[in-house]
Design a protein around this ligand. Structure first.
Ligand code: NDP
Length: 600
């Protein structure tokens, strides 16, 4: 095996090891393993950040565009509509402020590990200079509010308001939006931007309701209990034994602070995350001031191309996310290969991936003192099977005497008792359990967004999507006129999610503008266009089917159970670069093809 010797690892052995690790984690119940946060668990989603309850009269009026969600999706939609001259907007937001995921996720250490210069939207429009390459959650929350001020969106928002039901009133060709505050107002257009990871999930562990200690989910951090703030200083935990369940991207960021604050910290792990170096640094103001107009889109496009497997002449972001592609190019250049077939390219990609993950595993050995703990912290799967993490303090936290890694060998926590957590047959008594267990992804759309929507014929979206998602471009749905959905289902998905939202919002702004210009009262995806798009999504998803099937379970692969339905619910398999081009070309063509105008 000359190749194995040259590379410093044996690809066959690694492939087999990855398979074994995945198999350990496969479970029959897939998405059903999680406990929905309703009923006796609904306190897990109460808003701990509210300083005052807003009081207002219920609204029964009419607006041009209603936008559900005040995160980056809603903000971008609002911004693009303003740019298109739309003044009559109403935004509906469950939280007490703009910010979406950054409103809710205020856990200690919360930060974005996608470079701020590509992650934060509208940087040229607002003129905001992120203070660091990787910006903190609190700064992102403040920046969300800056966007809202810039586009004068505060006058149009209903905070602390949850949508309960939406239906199309065919008599007046308007959406009727009903909320938990008794509103029932009309809107000509409706944009749904509920967020892809908005519904916290709990593990469906037996005994979870028996626990008598303190608990909360990371997305509703209880600073009253822990003390401190997003920068740490969790002094309330100084005499506490604390457990955190989960070792995903959120836990990776808050574990170092828990480790510092708690008397004892137990980290319960089912699958280790891949932890690359973060290497944060302050923004070079001179570089910033010399950026040429148009730099932001160029940089976002460059990052997007590289992380979705494309080739670009230069790597502008140049960090851990893009490194895998640098490895690949290096390999190809070294071997002077040219004209590679798709299979050959995929084989090279796998080798580059192995190489990258070998360096991630070597980093664990270099940082973590105890060899046994280090071994358990090593991820054995391909880099993009799970969200890669970038942190300089997570692995060193396991060198502290007060921190114990409880690896569950892929099985997860067994049981919760009145006093604590049982794993590997051992009960760990703790004062507090922090659930770093993530958010619902693969469950029904209606369950995740929290309200039902009824279209032109009265059919609900849940019924329309009974056998899987059905959209045109991921944005329009047949039978649901003047509706736009923002998200990742059947659209181009990129690790830099706000980039996708930006492209979607530009597209929505264009369609609404065309309707105004052409005096079209109603716009709706045709049945044929929707069906053709669904078939495109399914056939492209088949290209990724094997990759996902080989991955360790998680929300990227429907908890290890890729199915016909999950192929249909997938994103655009040819990647975000190709998808954005589909939208660009469609707008360029100017025919609004696939949409019935004045229908209904
Ligand atoms: P994840 O879904 O990524 O992680 C949930 C964790 O809980 C996993 O480690 C999971 O294990 C574990 N878990 C679930 N059930 C059990 C169980 N029964 N026993 C033990 N462990 C269990 O959620 P996160 O909140 O960490 O992250 C969600 C997403 O938010 C990320 O993927 C990322 O997209 C985003 N994020 C982005 C950040 C950024 O920098 N931009 C920072 C933080 C989050 P297993 O892996 O085995 O399923």
């Amino acid at each position: 095996m000359a190749e194995a010797i040259d590379l410093g690892f044996d690809p066959d052995a690694l492939r087999e090891k990855y398979r074994q690790e995945r198999d350990k984690r496969l479970r029959e119940d897939g998405n059903n393993q999680y406990q929905e946060v309703t009923g006796q668990f609904s306190h897990y989603v109460e808003d701990p950040y509210l300083d005052r309850e807003i009081e207002r009269e219920a609204l029964f009026d009419e607006v041009e565009v209603a936008i559900i969600g005040g995160g980056f999706g809603g903000l971008l939609a609002g911004a693009r509509l303003r740019e298109a001259g739309v003044q009559d907007i109403r935004m509906i937001e469950k939280g007490g402020e703009f910010g979406g995921t950054w409103y809710w996720n205020r856990y200690p250490g919360a930060a974005c590990d996608i470079e701020a210069y590509v992650y934060l939207p509208l940087l040229e429009e607002t003129g905001y200079m992120p203070p660091k390459k990787y910006v903190d959650g609190a700064d992102i929350l403040a920046y969300s509010q800056q966007i809202a001020r810039k586009y004068d969106l505060y006058r149009d928002v209903l905070f602390q308001t949850e949508v309960g039901e939406v239906h199309w009133d065919a008599g007046v060709s308007r959406w009727v939006v009903q909320t938990n505050r008794g509103d029932a107002f009309k809107a000509r257009f409706l944009i749904m931007s509920n967020g892809p990871l908005n519904r916290p999930k709990l593990p469906g562990i037996p005994g979870i309701e028996d626990y008598r200690g303190h608990t909360f989910h990371t997305s509703r951090w209880d600073y009253n209990y822990t003390g401190g703030n997003a920068d740490g200083g969790l002094t309330g935990l100084a005499d506490k034994k604390v457990a955190i369940i989960g070792t995903g991207a959120t836990a990776v960021q808050c574990v170092p602070h828990l480790a510092e604050g708690a008397a004892e910290l137990y980290v319960f792990q089912r699958t280790p995350s891949s932890i690359d170096e973060r290497n944060d640094r302050p923004t070079d103001t001179q570089w910033w001031q010399n950026l040429e107009p148009g730099w932001h889109q160029k940089r976002m496009d460059n990052f997007n191309t590289l992380v979705s497997g494309g080739v670009a002449e230069e790597d502008l972001v140049n960090d851990g996310w893009t490194e895998i592609i640098r490895n690949l190019l290096l390999m190809i250049q070294t071997e002077k290969d040219s004209g590679l077939s798709m299979e050959e390219l995929q084989a090279k990609m796998e080798l580059a991936d192995f190489q990258k993950m070998e360096s991630i595993r070597a980093r664990v050995d270099a940082v973590v003192n105890d060899p046994n703990t280090a071994e358990h912290l090593k991820p054995f799967y391909r880099q993009f099977c799970k969200r890669p993490c970038f942190h300089d303090d997570y692995l060193p936290a396991f060198n502290r005497d007060n921190v114990t890694l409880v690896d569950t060998n892929g099985r997860g926590v067994e049981r919760i008792t009145e006093k604590g957590i049982v794993a590997n047959g051992v009960e760990y008594e703790v004062d507090c359990i922090v659930f770093g267990t993530g958010f619902e992804v693969g469950t029904d759309y209606q369950r995740r967004c929290g309200y039902e929507i009824h279209g032109r014929t009265g059919e609900s979206l849940s019924d329309h999507w009974r056998d899987g998602a059905r959209t045109f471009h991921g944005l329009h749905v047949h039978g649901f006129p003047n509706l736009f959905m923002m998200g990742h289902t059947q659209t181009g998905f990129t690790a830099n999610y706000p980039h996708a939202l930006n492209e979607q919002s530009k597209h929505i702004g264009y369609v609404i503008n065309q309707c105004e210009a052409g005096n079209h009262k109603v716009v709706e995806a045709s049945a044929e266009a929707e069906e053709a798009w669904v078939q495109t999504i399914i056939s492209l998803a088949r290209m990724n089917e094997q990759f996902l099937a080989d991955c360790t379970p998680g929300y990227y692969n429907n908890e290890g159970k890729p199915s016909e339905r999950s192929l249909q619910d997938a994103n655009y398999g040819a990647g975000p670069v190709a998808f954005f081009k589909v939208l660009d070309d469609w707008r360029e063509e100017g025919l609004m093809s696939g949409l019935d105008l004045n229908a209904g």
